[in-house]
Write a protein that binds this ligand. Structure first.
Ligand code: SF4
Length: 265
């Protein structure tokens, strides 16, 4: 079995090999030439460093892995067979006039003591503090509300809100960005699905759960561990030293350290 991915070059990082002949294990051109003008990942990392870790352009893309697994859903066939009509909803008898696919009941619910009904058993991916999530929130939220599914508001939405107001204990008093996200979903909500909010360590410290519960009546949160919730952390990029310092003051780990005079210079 060959390499299931192609290392050292990917559209997500804006890189490509100079040569068509590439060593499968390393992704380096079989003839790596002195004076190459790029643009594989090794080449680009020599002058952009760790910035290369980010799929880009940042804030304008959603990136996915293109590992070519040897088995995928296209290898399966579903052979349909009529075995009666179920799921038509209360009191509807299955016959050729009623057993049409738009009639199928796809509702589901979750929760122990308090049930949340959904028209379809679907949760969105978590749309958090990234710029791509912020600027596309309206479409997702309205679509989710009208479809009767649950939308997940990701982490750090309050923490990176430029208009965030904190009290003397560093707890949220006002977050217009979080307010906007919840209000858009609730405006079109029709009793199915809900908006739930993820919380990581910084969200917990800032009191996001208390804020969304007290101000908006939300009662579902998803607790996460770690900054950026991934083992390696890493969430967003900022483009000014002032913004980096602001996030550092709010308790975020910002690298490289924006308060370091050398970095500032
Ligand atoms: S530096 Fe140039 S020649 Fe070398 S592996 Fe990268 S793209 Fe290929």
């Amino acid at each position: 079995m060959g390499n299931l991915s192609r290392p050292n070059s990917n559209d997500a990082t804006g890189t490509a090999n100079r040569s068509r002949s590439v060593v499968p294990m390393s992704g380096i051109c079989s003839r790596c030439v002195d004076g190459c003008t790029g643009n594989c990942e090794v080449f680009k990392a020599t002058f952009r460093g760790r910035e290369l870790l980010y799929p880009g352009p940042f804030g304008e893309v959603t990136a996915g892995a293109d590992k070519d697994y040897p088995v995928d859903y296209s290898h399966l066939n579903i052979q349909g067979y009529a075995l009666g009509a179920k799921g038509l909803g209360e009191g509807i008898v299955g016959d050729p006039d009623t057993a049409t696919f738009p009639m199928v009941k796809t509702e589901a619910e979750y929760g122990w003591d308090k049930k949340v009904k959904m028209r379809l058993p679907i949760f969105t991916g978590a749309l958090g503090s990234t710029e791509i999530a912020r600027k596309n929130w309206e479409h997702f939220a309205i679509g989710a509300a009208l479809s009767g599914i649950t939308i997940v508001c990701g982490e750090n939405v309050c923490g990176i809100d430029p208009e965030l107001e904190l009290d003397s204990n560093n707890k949220i008093v006002k977050s217009p960005e979080m307010d906007r996200r919840i209000e858009i979903y609730q405006r079109y909500h029709q009793g199915y699905g809900e908006i739930l909010v993820q919380m990581n360590v910084e969200d917990t410290r800032l009191g996001v759960a208390e804020y969304v519960n007290n101000k908006h009546g939300l009662d579902t949160i998803e607790l996460k561990w770690g900054q950026g919730a991934k083992c390696i952390g890493g969430e967003i990029r900022v483009n000014s030293i002032e913004r980096a310092l602001e996030l550092q003051r709010r308790g975020y780990i910002v690298t490289p350290d924006p308060s370091n005079k050398t970095i500032q210079a």
